[in-house]
Design a protein around this ligand. Structure first.
Ligand SMILES: [Zn+2]
Length: 157
């Protein structure tokens, strides 16, 4: 039985082997306590190579720094929002909304009722203006006719 060296097991642990080789390692591992021991040693050695938190305060600081960085990246977002807000405030946006609302109201029939309502509201005031103008003309005409009549009466006498 061919055994694997600790260096080979380290490669396995570091995932430096291709799939076929890995499968060979794994199949051997099931039936070989000697290599299982080497494998566990390799795992322990590899774990020791992982970053160790030497100073918890520094570790916390680095995490806080990355959070601050994350926040800064998020603070940049309002600028994008401002840009989009200016778009929302733009006339084009309002035109789009107005167009969309018009289509919506027209299709739902609300627009027609609004138009009718507007007509009902507008018409009396317009008629009132018209009648007041007409009344003014009529009154003036009456006044003129009265004066003419009295003139004729005077002259007729
Ligand atoms: Zn072995």
């Amino acid at each position: 039985m061919k055994h694997y060296s600790k260096e080979e097991w380290l490669k396995y642990v570091k995932n430096e082997l291709n799939k076929d080789v890995r499968e060979g390692f794994e199949n051997h591992l099931y039936g070989c306590d000697q290599c299982l021991d080497l494998y566990l040693q390799a795992v322990a050695e590899e774990e020791s190579h992982l970053p160790i938190i030497l100073n918890e305060a520094d570790f916390t600081d680095s995490i806080m720094a990355s959070i601050a960085e994350y926040k800064n990246n998020h603070i940049e977002r309002p600028q994008v929002r401002k840009k989009s807000k200016s778009f929302y405030q733009s006339a084009l946006f309002h035109y789009s909304i107005a167009a969309a609302m018009t289509i919506l109201l027209m299709t739902t029939g609300v627009f027609q009722s609004i138009t009718k309502y507007a007509e009902n509201v507008q018409s009396p005031s317009f008629k009132e203006k018209e009648t007041s103008m007409t009344e003014g003309i009529v009154n003036k005409t009456f006044a003129w006719m009265d004066s003419l009549e009295t003139k004729n009466k005077k002259e007729g006498k």
